[in-house]
Design a protein around this ligand. Structure first.
Ligand code: SPV
Ligand code: MG
Length: 290
């Protein structure tokens, strides 16, 4: 079964899929072991990993290569965050070919102009593409995919750009008409009401994806009560958790002038060996090194 089909069947079986952000094969393995249904190859997380803002500075090649490594080291379906599609509809065609080949189960394409600015920044420049132009990108993605179950998810940033619910609904409907399998509605409102109102008003057939970073009280119970939502993406919790842990340990080591107090608070080296698959490598050494 293809990874796209697994995502689709998962939604039918479970109703709601929990998708964790990832920026590396290691974070992907941890998400898989924790029990998430899928992975979000987040542009924000990868940008942060490179110490760069999420402003179309990480190249498609960098993101694609990381996704390839993630898909190789995890059995979970991977949803690729391909931002604006790296340019126009021709860039989208190229991207879909490459991402599908690299093992992605789905892509999310957002209706901002290239280069984009991260959606969550208070004063970010949020310019949207023309509806027809973005419909062309979605149609190009649908036309290019080889696996009919590979999901093309259209993300509208109308609420992020402050254009209101009517514009968001019109765009979502236009993208569904262009062939989008799902609609991602993004909001940076601090409470769930803006997104909840959009979802109640949404009359399309395409299921919704949400990223509730800004409105964390939107938990699974509240999501299920709304219906219509097929996936919730925890958009940046892997990199934020990693930063929290590193900051704490680094501060302690310098404050204590030694590693003695952090020893019991971080995983032992053996846990890293396990995550690296050392046992497999050791077994291979025994069998094949002559
Ligand atoms: C990402 O994780 O890269 C996203 C989600 O696109 S957000 O940063 O909230 O826009
Ligand atoms: Mg992104």
């Amino acid at each position: 079964m293809t990874s796209g089909k697994r995502l689709r069947e998962g939604m039918v079986r479970k109703g709601l899929l929990h998708i964790m952000a990832t920026h590396s094969p290691l974070s992907a393995r941890l998400a898989e072991e924790a029990g998430f249904d899928g992975l979000w190859a987040s542009g924000f997380e990868l940008s942060a990993l490179y110490g760069l803002p999420d402003m179309s500075l990480v190249t498609m090649s960098q993101h694609l290569e990381m996704l390839r490594c993630i898909a190789d080291r995890s059995s979970l379906p991977v949803i690729a965050d391909i931002d604006t599609g790296f340019g126009n509809a021709l860039n989208v065609i190229h991207a879909i070919r490459e991402y599908e080949r690299a093992g992605a189960a789905a892509v999310v394409i957002e209706d901002k102009t290239f280069p984009k600015v991260t959606s969550l920044a208070e004063s970010g420049r949020q310019e949207l593409a023309r509806v027809e132009e973005f419909q062309g990108k979605i149609a190009a993605a649908i036309d290019t995919r080889r696996d009919p179950d590979f999901l093309v998810i259209a993300r509208t940033e109308a609420l992020i750009a402050g254009l209101g619910q009517e514009e968001a609904l019109q765009r979502a409907a236009a993208y569904e008409a262009a062939g989008a399998d799902m609609i991602l509605i993004h909001s940076r409102s601090r409470t769930p009401e803006e997104v909840e109102s959009f979802i109640r008003a949404w009359s399309g057939r395409a299921p919704i994806v949400i990223v509730p970073t800004a409105y964390p009280e939107m938990n699974a119970a509240r999501i299920r009560a709304l219906g219509k939502i097929g996936m919730v993406i925890y958009g940046n919790h892997a990199i934020r958790a990693a930063v929290t842990a590193m900051q704490e340990v680094f501060r302690t080591i310098l404050a204590d002038e030694g590693i003695h107090n952090v020893q019991g608070r971080i995983v032992p080296v053996e846990e890293i060996f396990r995550l690296q698959g050392m046992d497999v490598a050791k077994d291979q050494e025994t069998r094949f090194l002559r």
